[in-house]
Design a protein around this ligand. Sequence first.
Ligand SMILES: [Ca+2]
Length: 333
Amino acid sequence: MTSLNPHWQVQPQSIRISSSQVEQQIPLSLRGDVDAPVYASSNPEIVQIDENGVVRCGTVTGNAMVMVWRSPLLDSVRHVMVEVRDPSWFADHPDFAAGEGFDLSGIVINAVNTAGVPGALVLFRRSETGPVIGQTYSDGSGQFAITLAQGSYFVEASAPGYINWHSWVNVDLSSSNEVQIVLSPELTGQFARVVLQWGLNPRDLDSHLTGPTPSGGVFHVFYSHKIENEAAELDVDDTSSYGPETITIFQLIPGTYRYCVHDYTNRNANPSYGLAQSGANVKVFLNDNQELTFNVPNEAGTVWTVFEIDGATGTLIPVNAMSHVSAPNNVGL
Ligand SMILES: [Ca+2]
């Protein structure tokens, strides 16, 4: 039975963003008692929302309301106000001048060993192509802080020897206003690096990679087998929220490679929506400079099969399927 007054929420509750020639994607985060959310936009010309809760907008300015229902029964609804404004609106509006408002702090860390990255340049824009309206550098321990007006920002970070990082960040009263920026070292002959990050809950997600061995068997890299010689390596097993966990794939041989995320915390729950509501995302950096981002589907399951790679051709095939597996040894096999 569904409760008449379920406790759940959507963040952010409002998005104020500059129009842009580039499609802008802002994922909504759902917390609490949510079964299978249903999304709709009051004005799809201005703002679209996909089935995974990602808000999309672009060149058309105006207002729209995004409705989020907690289940297909449409028994409980939350609203997200979205304003898409011309870039000049922000420049002219006294409440949104740079340097006013909220303290944002964060840390820049190395994806492979989670050490702080000093001297990283962090830039803040109102849109992916708009002017830089705030910038700062990380200190000797990788930490940074900046004061910004309320709103949504396209954040870019760069440091010598690392692949550039970018993401949307919300700065407002309802957010924690802390950012973890994970920089992947540039690839030096390896095939790919795969970085998993997630939110506060669940505490323990795990990265799994399976693939062929030269003798015709199957290897399985995860927390209890971190290195497969000449094939792949997992850096650390994060068990206390947020990640990152990073798998580096050294080189391919013919056969199928499969990358999965396992919800270790909720592995014995079925159905389980813990993984769907984790905010998990996977960034893949390939040696041809391609970069791909995957967001966890809003479906029940303890395993998210993210992608496969054809070892003979190096082609990455998105899968994005949820399933239920309890035993870590069986994930990806
Ligand atoms: Ca883990």
